[in-house]
Design a protein around this ligand. Structure first.
Ligand code: GRF
Length: 235
């Protein structure tokens, strides 16, 4: 396993920031050997910004409405992020469509989490769509970001059962709990140098990750010091 350094993570949010909080907590516990160097939002009233500030984390707001088009907004994001010198950029409920102006400078170190079993249900209202389709399972996927919306190579996928009489809200609650486990784990793999992206796709420990991502195993959760955990192998 690659030596673990204190990586720098920048997190982009638009709302409540519960995934951001899970990442911050994993850093505080020492389970994720990293420092959140910036939390950036496009909304000044994002609840997560206040939480980050209370935790002593540097924050910034770049309001998309202040820019004439997506490219100008993305340029401002890139400039602010580059000041923070992140090793890894994490989208955590950042509700803007990003252009190559943003994605290209961070290609290969840009992750997103999407609340569906990708490639199913890219876009919005994922839980309702899963219920409407009569699916028996829902879930969430961490994936590398490429210019295709919710279409970059999956890394890690957690599944949750859909229960009789489920509502989209109940399902969302079940899924978000899993998101708080899989995002720190994917960040850990990345900062350990185990998770990479190239033209062939996403790789963990040099092995190609399957098209639906690595199935999440709860025993791999980033709960303890990294040294206490076994390494996950693919397949
Ligand atoms: C999560 O459902 C995530 O999958 C999606 O946006 C939501 C963010 O929630 N990308 P939170 O702000 O982290 O609580």
């Amino acid at each position: 396993m690659a030596a673990v350094g204190a990586g720098r993570i920048a997190i982009l949010i638009s709302g409540r920031g519960s995934n951001m909080q899970a990442l911050l907590e994993a850093c505080e516990r020492g389970a994720l050997p990293a420092r959140v160097c910036l939390v950036l939002s496009n909304r000044a009233d994002a609840e997560g910004l206040a939480i980050a500030r209370q935790g002593g984390v540097e924050t910034a707001c770049i309001a998309h409405g202040d820019y004439p088009d997506r490219e100008a907004f993305d340029t401002a994001l890139v400039l602010r992020l580059q000041q923070a010198r992140p090793d890894l950029v994490i989208l955590a409920g950042f509700m803007r469509i990003l252009t190559p102006v943003f994605i290209t400078p961070f290609a290969g170190r840009l992750l997103n989490i999407h609340p569906s079993l990708l490639p199913k249900y890219p876009g919005l209202n994922t839980h309702q769509r899963a219920l409407d389709a009569g699916d028996s399972e829902a879930g969430s996927t961490v994936h590398f970001v490429t210019p295709e919306l919710d279409g970059g190579p999956p890394v890690l996928q957690a599944r949750a059962p859909i229960l009789p009489d489920d509502t989209a809200d109940a399902l969302a609650e079940r899924v978000i709990t899993l998101e708080h486990e899989i995002y720190p784990l994917a960040a850990l793999w990345f900062l350990q140098g185990r998770l990479t992206l190239n033209e062939q796709g996403a790789f963990l420990d040099g092995q190609k990750i399957p098209a639906s991502g690595i199935p999440y195993r709860p025993q791999d959760a980033v709960r303890h010091d990294a040294a206490d955990r076994g390494q996950q192998r693919i397949g």
